[in-house]
Write a protein that binds this ligand. Structure first.
Ligand code: PHE
Length: 341
C-alpha cells in the first residue's frame, strides 16, 4: 500500500517538477525551496518516506528519486542561466538582431587630413617638404619679399606684432603667410629648388564664416632655368585634379602680390544645388612668377634663373572638399563636428 502511494507520489512530483514554470528569479527561488529545500522540500520528503518500503525495494525507488532530484537541479540551473541579469540590468535574453554598439576610435582632424592630402600630391610631383618658424622678422615676412615700407599688409590691421621696434625693419611678427619660408630656403641654397612649406599663419582680421585669425597655408616654390608660367599652370592643374577629381573647374585671375610678377589667383568652382547660379567660385590660392627683386634679396641671379611660387589656403580647400560653409567649425573642437571625419 505504502509502495503504491510512494510510486504515485513520485510520478505526481515528476509532473510538477517538469511543468512548474520558472520565469523570474523569484520563481526560481520558490522552485528551489519547494522541491529541493533541505528540510521541507518535496524531494527530501519522499527520500524520508523510502523507509516505509521493504529494504529490497528501496534501491530501485531511491535511484528514481535521485534521477528526479537531478532533473529538478538541472531545470533550476538552466533557469538561472537564462535569467541571469544582462549588462543592461534587464533579465531578458539579449536581442541579437539589434545593431551593434558603435566604437569611438578618434580620427585625424579634417585640416590635418587635407594638409596631408595636399602634401602627398606635391611629394609625388617631386617637391621636398620644409618648414619655417611661425615667429618672423620683418625681413623674411615682408622686406625680402619686395613689400615697400609703406605697404598696407604691414599695417596693424593685418599683422600681429610681437615687437614693433623704432622702425619697420625691426618688427617681429607672427608670420602672415608661409612666403617667408621661400626666403629662408633661397638664402640657404642655389637652384634647382623645388619645395613646399606647410604651416600655420596668423592675421588680425575680423572673424567671420570665411576668415579666422589663424589658418594654414601650403607654400610652393620652384626655381630653375627656364621655369615658365605654363609650368605653374600645369602643376596647379594636376594638383586640382588630384584633390577634386578630373572634372574640376578652375580659373586663373590676374592679381597682385609684391613678390611675384605676373601674379594670379586661382578659383575652384563650388557646385551648390540651392545657389541661384548653381554654385560659386572659391579662391584657394595666390601664385605667380618670382619677382626679380626677391631673387636679388637672396643672392640668386635673376638673369639666369626664373621660378614660380604659390601659397594655398588649407581651410578653403578643406571647405571645398567636405562641403563645409563656415571656417570657424575647424577651430571649435566640437566632437559632433569632428566625429564626421
Ligand atoms: N603669400 C600670399 C598670400 O598669403 C600667397 C602667395 C604665395 C602668392 C606665393 C604668390 C606666391 O596670400
Amino acid at each position: 500500500m505504502a509502495t503504491v502511494s510512494l510510486h504515485e507520489a513520485l510520478e505526481a512530483l515528476r509532473q510538477e517538477i517538469t511543468q512548474t514554470p520558472i520565469d523570474s528569479e523569484a520563481a526560481a527561488e520558490a522552485f528551489r525551496i519547494r522541491f529541493l529545500g533541505q528540510r521541507s522540500g518535496q524531494l527530501t520528503h519522499l527520500f524520508k518516506r523510502l523507509r516505509e518500503l521493504p529494504p529490497e525495494e528501496r534501491p530501485l525507488l531511491g535511484g528514481q528519486l535521485n534521477a528526479l532530484k537531478r532533473l529538478a537541479e538541472q531545470r533550476l540551473e538552466e533557469a538561472r542561466l537564462r535569467l541571469r541579469p544582462t549588462p543592461t540590468g534587464s533579465a531578458e535574453i539579449p536581442d541579437l538582431t539589434l545593431p551593434g554598439r558603435r566604437m569611438f576610435t578618434g580620427s585625424l582632424h579634417p585640416l590635418t587630413q587635407t594638409l596631408e592630402a595636399i602634401v602627398r600630391v606635391f611629394e609625388q610631383l617631386g617637391f621636398a617638404v620644409v618648414e619655417g618658424p611661425e615667429i618672423e622678422d620683418d625681413w623674411h615676412n615682408f622686406s625680402a619679399l619686395n613689400f615697400p615700407p609703406d605697404h598696407p599688409a604691414r599695417d596693424m590691421q593685418d599683422t600681429f606684432f610681437l615687437h614693433q621696434g623704432a622702425s619697420y625693419a625691426e618688427a617681429v611678427v607672427l608670420r602672415t603667410h608661409t612666403s617667408p619660408v621661400q626666403i629662408r630656403v633661397m638664402e640657404r641654397m642655389q637652384p634647382p629648388i623645388r619645395i613646399i612649406a606647410p604651416g600655420r599663419v596668423y592675421r588680425n582680421e575680423a572673424v567671420s564664416y570665411k576668415s579666422f585669425c589663424l589658418f594654414h597655408q601650403v607654400e610652393g616654390l620652384y626655381v630653375d632655368q627656364n621655369v615658365s608660367m605654363g609650368d605653374l599652370k600645369q602643376t596647379l592643374h594636376l594638383f586640382a585634379q588630384a584633390l577634386f577629381g578630373k572634372d574640376v573647374r578652375m580659373r586663373f585671375r590676374p592679381s597682385y602680390f609684391p613678390f611675384t610678377e605676373p601674379s594670379a589667383e586661382v578659383d575652384i568652382w563650388w557646385p551648390l544645388p540651392d545657389h541661384p547660379e548653381g554654385g560659386r567660385w572659391m579662391e584657394i590660392l595666390g601664385c605667380g612668377m618670382v619677382h626679380p627683386n626677391v631673387f636679388r634679396a637672396v643672392g640668386i641671379d635673376p638673369e639666369r634663373y626664373t621660378g614660380y611660387a604659390f601659397g594655398m589656403g588649407v581651410e578653403r580647400i578643406a571647405m571645398l572638399r567636405y562641403g563645409i560653409d563656415d571656417i570657424r567649425l575647424f577651430y571649435e573642437n566640437d566632437v559632433r563636428f569632428l566625429e564626421q571625419f
